[in-house]
Design a protein around this ligand. Structure first.
Ligand code: OAD
Length: 237
């Protein structure tokens, strides 16, 4: 049974934003919008062809102007504001739909499309325009060091210490819309499961690489199923 002051950790993946119109990653062709993942999402790919990588993320950043949070994002923001216990929302998504829905206790472990970083001075800044090889850093004024504030393959996700500490004290771990193939996020269920009596729920359209680790499976679209689950959790107050 989940107590009304339980500590909740939630992990979201691309399926969370699917009904808002943001495409998921792993299509049947193994390509990411026509590109090999290593070409557009690795430090090596960026070094080989920075203009291709900038174009790729510029398109994705611009597409955020045409999407809105769905009922699932809104339900998670409501859960955060009304829940008595500890709460942490961790997303692998680089869109900003959780914060637009009102979520605040939120970690973007794979970075954010609407931020840019200077590899010269290290400054991280909000960024809604296009980036290019010739973009000047707003902090140090140098040209040539700007990149998307995105975690690429081979790089460390952000705020792992905070995430691991929260997982180790979680009473409920809820995993929504992720295929469970990209680590370290794919290992979070196993960490949460080490805590006695932590309840693990997976919400997805289908079974995944990590489904067997969960106690409860909710099969269906997040925008439909999450409002119902949040209602059920808040009814315990
Ligand atoms: P994937 O595209 O691998 O998986 C999306 C998951 O969402 C699949 O399991 C779908 O079945 C499920 N799904 C789709 N629509 C859904 C819906 N409406 N409701 C619920 N579930 C739905 O995306 P991720 O697992 O998020 O990393 O991918 C993880 C990481 O791989 C990404 O963060 C990205 C990528 O490479 C980086 O960019 C570093």
């Amino acid at each position: 049974m989940i107590q009304p002051d339980a500590s909740i950790v939630i992990l979201t993946g691309a399926g969370m934003s699917a009904e808002s119109g943001v495409p998921t990653f792993r299509g049947v062709d193994g390509l990411w919008e026509g590109h090999r993942i290593e070409d557009v999402a690795s430090p090596g790919g960026f070094a080989r062809d920075p203009d291709l990588v900038h174009r790729f993320y510029n398109l994705r950043r611009a597409a955020l102007n045409h999407v809105e949070p769905n009922a699932g994002h809104l339900a998670l923001a409501r859960l955060e504001s009304e829940w008595r216990g500890r709460f942490l929302l961790v997303t692998q998504n680089v869109d900003d739909l959780h914060e637009r829905a009102g979520s605040e206790k939120l970690i973007h472990m794979h970075g954010e499309l609407r931020k840019a970083r200077c590899e010269g001075c290290g400054a991280v800044m909000s960024w809604t325009q296009d980036l290019a090889s010739g973009t000047r850093c707003r902090a140090c004024g140098e040209i040539g060091g700007m990149r998307p504030h995105i975690v690429w393959f081979g790089e460390f996700p952000f705020e792992m210490d905070v995430i691991l500490a929260a997982l180790k004290r979680a009473d409920l771990f809820l995993c929504i819309g992720t295929s469970g193939v990209v680590y370290p996020a794919a290992g979070f269920a196993q960490i949460a499961a080490e805590r006695p009596n932590c309840h693990l729920i997976e919400m997805n359209l289908e079974s995944t690489a990590i489904s067997r680790q969960f106690h409860e499976h909710i099969v269906g679209p997040a925008a439909i199923e999450l409002p119902k689950l949040v209602e059920r959790l808040l009814a315990k107050r």
